[in-house]
Design a protein. Structure first.
Length: 138
């Protein structure tokens, strides 16, 4: 792959990472505030956070397995769309159990997105600029 193509691909990837991470991060950080408006207790907030984090952990393991076996760009697109759909579904979560389910899904898709994004960054980057590319990704 010519150097110019890699640079262009990396810029597009960085832009999509920025936009997606903004949506995923904002929803993750504002979720407790939204849950509290629905009457969530501290225990509910703990369960919501735990559900998301446990499935984030499991999602990273499963995603690594999938990335070794399937086409990475297709998985990246699917995980990004899944994260966007989950954020959209938060509009309909009007109870603590539904919010917990959405946070669980957000954990899965966030994990899948981040693992796939870092893998694609490493794959696309020229070998001599890998450290710089990973620094920009982070």
């Amino acid at each position: 792959m010519p150097e110019v193509d890699r640079g262009s691909l990396l810029r597009v990837l960085y832009l999509s990472i920025f936009l997606t991470s903004t949506g995923l991060g904002t929803s993750t950080f504002l979720l407790p505030v939204y849950a509290e408006t629905l009457g969530a207790t501290y225990m509910d907030l703990g369960r919501i956070g735990a559900a998301g984090n446990v499935f984030y952990f499991l999602g990273t393991l499963v995603t690594g397995f999938l990335l070794d076996r399937y086409e990475r760009v297709s998985l990246y697109l699917g995980f990004t769309l899944g994260g966007a759909a989950t954020i959209f579904l938060f509009n309909f979560a009007d109870s603590i159990p539904l919010i917990t389910m959405m946070r669980l899904l957000l954990g899965v898709f966030s994990a899948a997105f981040w693992v796939t994004a870092s893998t694609l960054t490493a794959d696309i980057s020229p070998t001599d600029k890998l450290t710089q590319s990973m620094g920009r990704y982070n």
